[in-house]
Design a protein around this ligand. Structure first.
Ligand code: HEM
Length: 179
């Protein structure tokens, strides 16, 4: 998993909790990286799950909830770091349609060792769409948070129903837009 996912996570922990908590969750785990992540490096995604699980113990919140919250935070950061991906789209549905065939393809050009999930989208009607997530990594809750982050970014009231399966490696998200 790319280092940017780790550096952004630790930055969120520092901002929302403290440097001490960020240090503690690194120290508590015997990480091959020793917690010295660089955004272009590549690290075992299990390390991210170890860090989240330590944070979960410290602040008494479930792991799923924390991964979801991180997804929402990360979407905001992607807008700051990669604003051009948001330039030509005006709605959540339009944006989500571009992830698999455009955004993640460009990400792969940028970091050729990135391990990206696959997404399919299906428009059910003007107000409803489905997004299918499949990955070798167990990050369905991250996808869910990123989707909700996108709804917030485009300032749209959308209900997201998630059916997560296969040990978090696949999911169907049904998005329904309020009239
Ligand atoms: C500007 C928008 C986006 C950018 C720049 C971006 C970029 C990235 C990057 C750099 C990674 C790390 C790859 C690796 O660790 O090897 C990643 C992973 C991931 N992305 Fe995106 N992404 C964007 C939008 C989204 C959205 C909207 C979703 C959800 C619908 C999404 C879902 C995921 C998931 C779930 C992963 C974790 C890896 C996995 O599950 O296999 N991304 N993305």
């Amino acid at each position: 998993m790319k280092g940017i996912v780790f550096t952004e996570f630790l930055e969120m922990v520092e901002n929302e909790f403290s440097y001490e908590v960020a240090d503690k969750i690194i120290e508590e785990n015997s990480l091959t990286s020793n917690g010295a992540y660089t955004s272009v490096g590549n690290y075992d995604n299990k390390e991210l799950l170890m860090l989240v699980s330590s944070l979960s113990n410290h602040i008494n919140k479930p792991v799923d909830e924390l991964v979801h919250a991180y997804g929402k935070y990360l979407l905001k950061r992607f807008f700051v770091l990669f604003p051009h991906f948001f330039d030509s789209v005006e709605s959540t549905f339009e944006f989500l349609d571009t992830i698999d065939q455009h955004v993640h393809i460009e990400v792969k050009k940028l970091y050729n060792d990135a391990e990206l999930p696959s997404f399919e989208t299906k428009r059910i009607s003007q107000s409803e769409m489905q997004m299918f997530y499949r990955s070798g990594n167990p990050f369905a809750c991250l996808a869910e948070g990123l989707i909700e982050g996108a709804c917030e970014h485009f300032n749209e009231v959308i209900t997201v129903k998630s059916e997560i399966e296969d040990n978090y490696q696949s999911a169907t998200f049904t998005l329904t837009k309020e009239a």
